[in-house]
Ligand binder design. Structure first.
Ligand SMILES: *Cc1c(COP(=O)(O)O)cnc(C)c1O
Length: 365
C-alpha cells in the first residue's frame, strides 16, 4: 500500500482509522428504516472500541438524540459531549449511585424490583426506562416480577417511565421463532403501561420487519459496520480500517518454522513480514495460521501463531513488501465480519477487543 499521510506519520505500529462519514451514513440509513420512531445509538464499550469521544459528537450532529451505554461510568464520561440528549445505562442502576444519575440527568434501564424500589426512593419523580425480560434471562423484569408489580402498582408511582424496552435473543436469524415469541411476550407485557413509548430492536431487529419497529430503536454494531443480516449482503458502510506496520521482512529457507510452537513450516524458501500488532492489541490468538492481510489489494497469508505484540505474514508473493510497509488487517478486503469468521468469533468481539495501543485516527479529522 502506498504511504498515506495518516499512516506515514504514525508513531505506532498499529493504526485504527475510523471513517466518521461512513458512521454518519450508517446512522442515517438506520434512521430512514425506522420512519415512525426515533433511532438512538448504543455507544457502550467506548463506542464498540472506536472511541466515544469522536463517535458521540458526530452522531449528535447527525441528529441522534438518544444514547445508550452499559455502565454509569461510561455515561458520565460522554454526558458533557451531549448535554441535551437522552442518555441511558442499559445495565440497570449502579447500587448506591442514584445521586450521580440524577446529577448527570442519566436514565437507568430498571431491570429488577430492587432497582425499581431504589430509584423510586432516591429519585422520586425522575425518569427511567423499564427493561422487560422476554427470553434473554439476563437483565430485565421476569414474568413473576411483573406479576408482583401488577399487584402493587404504587411501587411505580414515583417513577416517570420514559420507555419500556426489551432485547431480542436471535434477531440476526430472521427465521428464528424466538423473535416472534419475544415480540408477543413484549406486546403483552407492555400493555400494562399504556401510552409509554416502546423500544424493541437493536441493529439486527431493525431488519426483521415492521412489527419489530417501535418508538425507539437501539442500534450499536450496525453503526460501526458489522453486518446486521449475516448471510446476506451487508447494507452498512465499512467504518474501520486496521493497518499494521511491517517491522521487518526476512528470508527463510524451506523447512524453517515461524513463531511459537513452530505451527507453520515453510514449504519453499519464503519471505516473512513481521507486523507490530498482536493479541494484546485485540488481534486474537485464534487468528493463528488463518486468513490473510492485504497489501495493495493482494492477500498475504497469516502464518504461525499470533503472539502478544507481533503477527507474521507470508509475503513471498509480494516482493514489494518491505520494512515500513502497511498491511490491512481489517478494512475493505477484510471486513470485521470476515476477520471474525477467521477467528471463530463475531464482528462485535473483533471491534470491542481493539486495544489501547492502536492509534485511532479519524476522517474527516
Ligand atoms: C448492546 C445492546 C444493544 C445494541 O445491540 P447491537 O446488536 O450492537 O445493535 C441494544 N440493546 C441492548 C439492551 C444491548 O445490550
Amino acid at each position: 500500500m502506498t504511504a498515506e499521510p495518516a499512516l506515514a506519520g504514525a508513531t505506532t505500529a498499529g493504526v485504527l482509522e475510523i471513517d466518521l462519514d461512513a458512521l454518519a451514513a450508517n446512522w442515517r440509513l438506520l434512521r430512514d428504516r425506522h420512519p415512525r420512531g426515533a433511532v438512538g445509538a448504543v455507544v457502550k464499550a467506548n463506542a464498540y472500541g472506536l472511541g466515544a469521544a469522536a463517535v458521540v459528537p458526530r452522531l449528535c450532529r447527525e441528529g441522534c438524540r438518544h444514547f445508550f451505554t452499559a455502565t454509569l461510568d461510561e455515561a458520565l464520561e460522554i454526558r458533557p459531549l451531549i448535554p441535551d440528549a437522552m442518555l441511558v445505562t442499559l445495565d440497570g442502576l449502579a447500587p448506591g449511585r442514584e445521586a450521580e444519575y440524577v446529577a448527570g440527568g442519566i436514565l437507568p434501564a430498571l431491570g429488577s424490583l430492587p432497582e425499581i424500589d431504589a430509584w423510586a426512593a432516591a429519585a422520586p419523580g425522575r425518569a427511567a426506562l423499564l427493561h422487560i425480560d422476554t427470553g434473554m434471562s439476563r437483565l430485565g423484569l421476569s414474568a413473576a416480577e411483573r406479576a408482583t408489580l401488577a399487584a402493587d402498582p404504587g411501587r411505580l408511582a414515583a417513577i416517570r417511565l420514559a420507555c419500556v424496552m426489551t432485547h431480542l435473543v436471535s434477531p440476526e436469524r430472521a427465521g428464528d421463532p424466538l423473535n416472534a415469541r419475544q415480540l408477543a411476550r413484549f406486546t403483552a407485557a407492555a400493555a400494562a403501561f399504556p401510552g409509554v413509548p416502546r423500544s424493541i430492536a437493536a441493529s439486527s431487529g431493525m431488519f426483521l420487519g415492521a412489527a419489530y419497529l417501535s418508538d425507539l430503536a437501539r442500534p450499536g454494531a450496525a453503526l460501526y459496520g458489522v453486518n446486521p443480516i449475516p448471510g446476506r449482503p451487508n447494507p452498512m458502510r465499512q467504518v474501520v480500517r486496521l493497518m499494521g506496520r511491517v517491522l521487518q521482512v526476512r528470508d527463510i529457507p524451506a523447512g524453517e518454522t515461524v513463531g511459537y510452537n513452530a505451527v507453520w513450516q515453510a514449504a519453499r524458501p519464503s519471505r516473512i513480514a513481521t507486523v507490530g500488532i498482536g493479541y494484546a492489541d485485540g488481534w486474537h490468538r485464534a487468528h493463528s495460521n488463518r486468513g490473510a492481510a492485504f497489501f495493495d489489494g493482494r492477500p498475504v497469508p497469516l502464518v504461525g501463531r499470533v503472539s502478544m505484540d507481533l503477527t507474521t505474514y507470508d509475503v513471498t508473493g509480494c516482493p514489494d513488501v518491505a520494512a515500513g510497509a502497511w498491511l490491512e488487517l481489517i478494512g475493505p478486503h477484510v471486513p470485521p465480519d470476515t476477520a471474525a469468521a477467521e477467528a471463530g468469533t463475531t464482528g462485535y468481539e473483533v471491534l470491542t477487543s481493539l486495544g489501547r495501543r492502536l492509534a485511532r485516527t479519524y476522517r474527516p479529522a
